[in-house]
Design a binder for this molecule. Sequence first.
Ligand SMILES: [Zn+2]
Length: 69
Amino acid sequence: MNLSFLPPDMNWTCEPCGEKLQPGIVELQYVGSVFKVELPVCPKCGKALISEDLAIGRMLEVELLLEDK
Ligand SMILES: [Zn+2]
């Protein structure tokens, strides 16, 4: 499953580094599966701006929507 959580403007900055965030693929582990999620990532420290918890929460929402057909 590939999900993207990029903001529409991508004009975000990593506070400690002062670097502009760039789209990057982050692997999240959830219930034994690995999901690849596209998040804004700092090129300097590699930190994703959106927390894994938030991304997993969004993934659960998507899963529920898929099951709800
Ligand atoms: Zn940074």
